[in-house]
Design a protein around this ligand. Structure first.
Ligand SMILES: Cc1cc2nc3c(=O)[nH]c(=O)nc-3n(C[C@H](O)[C@H](O)[C@H](O)COP(=O)(O)OP(=O)(O)OC[C@H]3O[C@@H](n4cnc5c(N)ncnc54)[C@H](O)[C@@H]3O)c2cc1C
Ligand code: FES
Length: 270
């Protein structure tokens, strides 16, 4: 039922993350969302429209987070939401990160820009169930220090989760003491053996080509790499075909794909 008819959910908090992104905490009235890291929901506002948004928090009973970049009709209208307002929610949809293939291994999370939003769900999951994973590293890339998402959380990820968090920006500002450069520069410095490490990648389309080339150069097997893909969507349920790439339904079969399963699909990763 929740696949087709939006449920009216409560916005319980609204927090600016950067000048262009806002974090919403949302509760459904009668149930936990029941999602996996990497899945998404369709968020709607009556009379305006609907947009797919990744779930940015770990599964739990106390609602869920959505981190929205305000770019157009629906996402700009979401900017006007305040705590106490309502939104429509359908989902969760899609296939998330297959935790059974990640648990028991080293984990390398590679997040460019807004790609950190869905991957924050996995990072929180690792923090909650830390003993089920071997070593963990998170690489974060952003255009500038101002554009970094969740930067106040990195310290807790390092201290509470023993996660190796490394951050780089394309362009530094006065006072920036971290790395400057592309995210691929960080990958060879992470001391994780590629054969026993699972890499999970989410970011702008241009990033995938270079990240995959670097992981391949380090001899990481293709079946150890997971990519979260983003395409324009309408139904979210495999019915309308909007998200299709040469027969691959991103909404239903993804958005998280194991690389060896899509490497031969033209235009899946360009
Ligand atoms: C699986 C999935 C997960 C997503 N997760 C998030 C998330 O966590 N946070 C978030 O802020 N956004 C996320 N997005 C992107 C978000 O869905 C789009 O930004 C949103 O649909 C734009 O709707 P709009 O009505 O605001 O913009 P529109 O008015 O429809 O478009 C405004 C502009 O944005 C462009 N645009 C719209 N949708 C996309 C898109 N999917 N990719 C590239 N350009 C687009 C349009 O071409 C146009 O230039 C996700 C998309 C998918 C498919
Ligand atoms: S969004 Fe409709 S089939 Fe994928």
């Amino acid at each position: 039922m929740f696949d087709f008819i939006p449920e009216i959910a409560n916005v319980t908090s609204v927090r600016p993350v950067t000048a262009t992104e806002t974090l919403y905490h949302i509760r459904l009235p009668n149930r936990p969302l029941g999602h996996l890291p990497g899945q998404f929901v369709q968020v709607s506002l009556p009379g305006i429209g609907e947009a797919p948004i990744s779930i940015a928090s770990a599964p739990g009973r106390d609602g869920f987070d959505l981190c929205v970049r305000h770019v157009g009709n629906v996402t700009e209208a979401l900017r006007r939401l305040r705590a106490g307002d309502c939104v429509g929610i359908r989902g969760p949809f899609g296939r998330g990160v297959p935790l059974d293939e990640v648990m028991g291994r080293n984990v390398l999370i590679i997040a460019g820009g807004l790609g950190l939003a869905p991957l924050r769900s996995l990072i929180q999951y690792i923090l909650y169930f830390r003993a089920k994973f071997k070593k963990a590293a998170v690489l974060v890339g952003a255009r500038s220090p101002d554009a970094l998402l969740f930067s106040k959380e990195y310290k807790a990820w390092r201290q509470d989760g023993d996660i190796d968090v490394r951050v780089t920006v394309d362009v530094a500002k006065a006072g920036w003491k971290g790395d400057v450069g592309v995210i691929t520069d960080l990958i060879p410095h992470v001391p994780l053996p590629p054969a026993d490490t699972v890499s999970i990648v989410c970011g702008p389309p241009v990033m995938y080509h270079y990240v995959l080339r670097t992981l391949s150069r380090l001899h990481q097997p293709q079946d150890h790499i997971f990519l979260s893909l983003e395409r324009r969507m309408k139904c979210g349920t495999g019915k309308c075909g909007h998200c299709q790439i040469n027969g691959l339904y991103v909404c239903r079969e993804g958005p998280v794909f194991r690389y060896d399963r899509i490497v031969h699909v033209p235009e899946a990763v360009s």
